[in-house]
Design a binder for this molecule. Structure first.
Ligand SMILES: [Zn+2]
Ligand SMILES: [Zn+2]
Length: 683
């Protein structure tokens, strides 16, 4: 049987699958999961006389650093044995990408990519081909808030303080807190996809038949176009569905600026709504890795994926060179000058998106109106996210013009589909400096000039196009090198209809970029500043609790943790009314201090003193899934038996620990060490 295991190990079969295969092969034999895992663990140990994998991995990175010093590699050591608890790496070409596209940065974490069960944390940007590109990676031991802080600080250090202009992640509490600490001025957005999945998970069974009504109420909140309406609807929702109050308030309301439409309508997002695409990157990587993979294999898989991304861009360029699909006949008649300019500047994908908007404009009609008109939409969509609906206004004109001198407005146009196909209408405002804004906000949020504006161009020669309206991040790579030679200034200002006053055209200063800045800077700023501090405490507490639970399950100490928490609950319930604010503050500070001076640039002598990361995976039952399957297969009693067995193992291991002081450990209650260095974690 050991022979079988050896064979499996060589083939890199995951332990749980090894067990299942053995069961099939020897049906007459009763298998104890823990015995099998221990056997596998011992086999792994025997292979260890070679250089440990983690050191090989550091060797590889160090060699790259030596060949090109622009490589950024940081390691994190924990414990007296200098256990490797974090690695961050970023290549020179990734740094270049990040420099150029740090206006949209995404982060996602994935587990089960390696045999140490370290989390792989991936940073991505969206490039000018509309693709998500990997710009930095880290392997980390846990998901504590302090660990996330470490990763983000590494990113800051590696890039010489280039802070993301917007940051998109899932709503992991530990990460939320870390972002607020390291990037205090960066708008942080959550993936709507995850938020919605979590709502379903937590509330669907609780609400039962009421869930579809609740879902409508939630979408109506999310899509509300101004803060007052959002707050009204939120209160109404909480009142109508009181048993969702706790979940909704704690996880969502405190973080509302990160997902509610009303708070940050002007944020540039390049067309992303969620971090789903980062997940697809992770899935591709995960396909070639599993829980027996070495760190070197992780690095290899990421590299391979990165090369593929580069090849994709080269291929698109090549394809665009040999296929010349221009504008449809009608559009090219009116917009041929515009087309010449955008062909020169934009990458193939952005060009096609822009051309699509131009050709769509012919299916719209409009009329000149007075600018005191407003577009309060009669009903907010309650079955979808508002930005996914074509022609749905994303902002009320009133709130755009709030801080603005109304005398700057030259014309206001109301635009809608021809033939009354849709009741939805958008307002396009033309300003006297040549800039414009449309209530669909696509020019600002996606950097693509919307169909409504192109339609207005066909009516009015006050509406003018200049390439600088489209953000530089969408330009071709080779345009960037020409930017200094005033290629932008020399690009023509264009109108679609003849102008009687041609001289005026050339005096227009385009300041859409500054208009955009104005909105991003001041809109709702005061309210947002008040909300941010409230949300961070939950993150530290939650990520600590979650990590404790993971450790308890891995080490079989869950009974101990439950007892600890019960004690805590009963003491605190007695003194519930006395809120100890100072204590809370302390927690945050401890978390913060832990990180400092732990960002170590990789050096040869560091590799030599580094110890292997813990192998937590093989011995325990770290994830719920695995627990479940063993319950199904063996029945509840057996699992209990195993847990007991495991606890015993822990205790014998523990007694071998060297005693240093009379301090007692919080986890195992034994003297000689404290919680962080508890041998029960180690095993
Ligand atoms: Zn529009
Ligand atoms: Zn201990």
């Amino acid at each position: 049987m050991i022979k079988d295991l050896k064979f499996f190990l060589d083939c890199k079969v995951a332990p749980i699958i090894q067990l299942e295969i053995l069961k099939r092969k020897y049906p007459e034999h009763v298998f104890h999961k823990q015995d099998i895992y221990n056997a596998i663990y011992n086999l792994c140990q025997n292979n260890k006389n070679e250089r440990p994998d983690s050191l090989l991995f550091l060797d590889i990175l160090f060699e790259k650093m030596t060949q090109d010093p622009r490589w950024k590699v940081f390691v994190r050591h924990t414990g007296s044995e200098n256990r490797l608890s974090g690695i961050f790496w970023m290549s020179p070409s990734q740094l270049e990408l990040y420099r150029r596209f740090s206006d949209i940065v995404l982060n996602d974490n994935t587990c089960k990519t390696n045999k140490y069960n370290m989390y792989l944390s991936v940073f991505m940007i969206k490039d000018n081909y509309g693709r998500f590109r990997n710009v930095a990676n880290a392997l980390i031991e846990d998901e504590l808030s302090s660990t996330y802080t470490w990763i983000l600080q590494c990113l800051v250090k590696a890039t010489d303080n280039i802070i993301p202009k917007s940051f998109w992640t899932d709503s992991e509490p530990g990460l939320i807190n870390a972002v607020a600490q390291v990037f205090p001025n960066t708008p942080h957005f959550y993936c709507m996809f995850h938020i919605w999945q979590n709502i379903i998970k937590h509330l669907k069974s609780k609400l039962g038949e009421n869930f579809s009504n609740f879902s409508k109420a939630f979408y109506a909140c999310r899509n509300a176009l101004c803060i007052e309406i959002f707050e009204q609807r939120w209160k109404f929702m909480i009142k109508s569905f009181p048993n969702c109050k706790r979940y909704m308030t704690r996880t969502l309301y405190n973080n509302r600026i990160s997902w509610a439409k009303a708070y940050m309508p002007f944020q540039f997002n390049g067309g992303i709504q969620s971090t789903q695409s980062v997940e697809s990157f992770n899935n591709i990587i995960k396909r070639s890795l599993n829980s027996t993979s070495t760190l070197c294999e992780v690095e290899e898989a990421i590299n391979k994926r990165y090369e593929e991304e580069i090849r994709y861009c080269q291929l698109t360029d090549l394809k665009a060179k040999y296929t010349t699909v221009g504008l449809p006949h009608l559009s090219s008649q009116f917009f041929s000058d515009v087309d010449t300019v955008i062909v020169e500047f934009l990458t193939p994908l952005i060009l096609s998106l822009q051309r699509f908007q131009i050709s769509q404009s012919f299916t719209y009609e409009g009329q000149l109106i007075s600018c005191s008109f407003d577009n309060s939409p009669s009903n907010t969509p309650d079955d979808n996210f508002v930005e996914d609906i074509v022609d749905e206004p994303q902002v009320m004109l009133k709130s755009i013009l709030n801080d603005m001198d109304i005398s700057n407005v030259v014309e206001t146009w109301k635009i809608r589909r021809v033939g009354g196909i849709s009741q939805k209408e958008n307002l396009v405002v033309l300003f006297n400096d040549g800039s414009h804004i449309c209530t669909c906000l696509e020019t600002i949020t996606k950097g693509i000039i919307c169909r409504h504006f192109w339609r207005v161009m066909l009516y009015s020669n006050t509406a003018k196009f200049h390439i600088s309206i489209i953000p530089i991040r969408w330009y071709k790579d080779d345009i960037l090198t020409k930017l200094s030679s005033s290629i932008l200034e020399n690009s023509p200002v264009l109108t679609a209809v003849e102008s009687s006053d041609t001289a005026m055209l050339h005096t227009v200063d385009f300041t859409l970029q500054s208009l955009k800045k104005h909105f991003q800077g001041s809109y709702n700023n005061k309210i947002i500043q008040q909300i941010i501090p409230k949300r961070n405490k939950f993150g530290v507490a939650f990520s600590t609790a979650k990590t404790a639970i993971n450790i308890a399950l891995e080490t079989g100490c869950d009974n101990e943790l439950v007892k600890l928490l019960r004690d805590f609950i009963s003491t605190k319930q007695r003194s519930r009314n006395a809120v100890d604010l100072e204590n809370n503050m302390e927690v945050e500070n401890i978390e913060h201090d832990e990180n400092q001076n732990n960002i170590l640039p990789l050096q040869q002598q560091l590799i030599d003193i580094t110890a292997d990361p813990y192998v937590t995976k093989i011995r325990g039952a770290p994830c719920k899934k695995r627990m479940k399957s063993s319950i199904e297969v063996m029945g509840r009693k057996k699992v209990m038996h195993e847990t007991l067995n495991h606890v015993n193992v822990q205790e014998t291991d523990d007694s071998g620990g060297t005693s240093k002081s009379q301090r007692k450990c919080l986890l195992c209650k034994k003297p000689g060490h404290y919680q962080k260095k508890c041998p029960s974690i180690r095993e």
